[in-house]
Design a protein around this ligand. Structure first.
Ligand code: 7TS
Length: 434
């Protein structure tokens, strides 16, 4: 069996999938999909004789031309070190670097620029919190609360902190549907809870967690809340005031910026109260042979020469996102993910993980007839890039009694046609393995 999408006049169609398709096409036109796609040179490449269909955006997104140009321009015309030179180039690049800090602060809704620390990515940001905030404060008997749907980046740092401090790591389970049971959270939260660390959007289930509600509950018991925003920041408007989180971590490379650059947002008084994560050049006020007086946040957390090119290109990635609009991106991508969910769930023998709605970014699935790696390989022959594996979230796999899934993950440049091609290729997998 293969897929046949009927081309009819919208008002005449009774097929909900067909209506969803037309709706998506009209949203795509509104968002300017053709001009968006034209900004990504990599989308023109041919893979195994077919045009690339890139559906591995949760691993890393592709980069628009303005980001690529920014990197080239930086090395061709702007390169110098920041925060240490009095010459023209150094002053200019320091200015640009700090301008991006302000831009990111506005993008995430931070109150002041010094709440934005540049890191290597989400993993680095969470490790910074674990080492600089949690490790010096936690005592035996204290509790750290995470969920069963965390990426390893928001699990292992807390395992290490609890091993070193004697604090207990508590895990909120997920339901069969792949959402958090908020009543369970209330039962686990207590005065002993010092840190709640939770993923905003699951990279496997697509679940969107109710962060502001969780923040309220965490604050009621005097805990701080850390949000892993790796999979939410590229797909929806983020406002840390509305989320009322204490820390928020994200990765540039999943939001159209280069690899090796990320952000940690932290409330200013918390960051000021923390010891540095790393020490060395560029993070001090004064140093003698005996001791050092540290700079204020954020410099205190940016020891050594930072990823200057990454920061400046992150600024261009934010420009790209804002040129479309985060609300518009969320609206379009939600419709895209819903369409993918609907079309894949109609294929016999395909099982999708996570809730139908609301969901963001990803559709992970298994098939009765084929292993996820075989699915990935056959899709690759069709020029379609997806990821197969445990997605660095092995506790989720364990929860559902599986070892891996196939995962299609989306970005603003993906189209309804690409999802149809994905579905066609999945029918092909069935034909091969039946
Ligand atoms: N948190 C979540 C929810 C993630 O999805 C990822 C990466 C990370 C943290 C770590 O981000 P990094 O930039 O520091 O590596 N997730 C994936 C993925 O799903 N496929 O490849 C990487």
């Amino acid at each position: 069996m293969s897929l046949h999408i009927k081309k009819e006049v919208p008002s005449l169609s009774k097929d909900p999938l067909q209506r969803r398709r037309w709706h998506l096409e009209s949203l795509a036109r509104k968002i300017g999909i053709e001009s968006i796609r034209a900004q990504f040179p990599i989308l023109e490449i041919i893979v195994r004789g077919k045009p690339l269909v890139y559906l591995d955006n949760a691993a890393t997104s592709q980069k628009p031309k303005n980001v690529i140009d920014t990197i080239a321009r930086y090395y061709q015309r702007e390169n110098a070190n920041v925060h240490r030179g009095i010459h023209f180039l150094s002053e200019k690049v320091t200015e640009k670097y700090e301008e991006v800090r302000s831009k990111v602060a506005r993008f995430l809704g931070a109150k002041v620029d010094c709440e934005i620390v540049f890191t290597r990515g989400t993993t680095d940001s969470i490790n910074l919190i674990a080492q600089s905030y949690a490790y010096p404060r936690l005592k035996p008997g204290d509790e750290i609360l995470i969920t069963q749907m965390e990426h390893h980046s928001n699990l292992i740092p807390w395992q290490v902190v609890s091993q070193r401090t004697g604090a207990n790591l508590k895990v909120v389970p997920i339901t069969d549907e792949g959402i958090l049971d908020l009543t369970q959270i209330e039962q686990v939260l207590s005065e002993r809870t010092k840190i709640v660390s939770v993923v905003h959007v699951s990279n496997v289930l697509g679940t969107i967690n109710p962060i502001s509600e969780l923040s309220k509950k965490a604050h009621e018991v005097g805990a701080v809340i850390v949000v892993d925003g790796a999979q939410s920041t590229p797909h929806m408007p983020i406002n840390v005031q509305e989320l009322d989180c204490d820390f928020f971590a994200c990765s540039g490379h999943k939001m159209y910026a280069p690899t090796g650059i990320g952000v940690l947002y932290g409330k200013a008084p918390l960051l000021e109260s923390m010891e540095p994560y790393q020490t060395g050049g560029s993070m001090i006020l004064h140093v003698s042979l005996e001791k050092a007086e540290y700079a204020h946040t954020p410099q205190k957390f940016e020891a050594g020469t930072p990823n200057i090119e990454g920061v400046i290109a992150l600024g261009s990635a934010v420009d790209f996102l804002q040129s479309i609009g985060m609300h518009e991106i969320y609206h379009y991508e939600s419709a895209l993910v819903q369409y993918a969910y609907e079309i894949l769930s109609q294929i016999p023998g395909v099982h999708i993980l996570g809730p139908k709605k609301p969901r963001a970014g990803v559709v992970s699935f298994t098939m009765d007839c084929a292993h996820p790696h075989d699915i990935g390989q056959i899709l690759d022959e069709e020029g379609i890039a997806i990821r197969a594996g445990h997605h660095c979230a092995q506790p989720i796999m364990e929860r559902y009694g599986i070892s891996s899934t196939a995962r299609a993950s989306f970005a603003v440049y993906n189209t309804v046609d690409e999802i149809d091609q994905l579905a066609e290729a999945i029918y092909k997998v069935q034909e091969i393995f039946k």
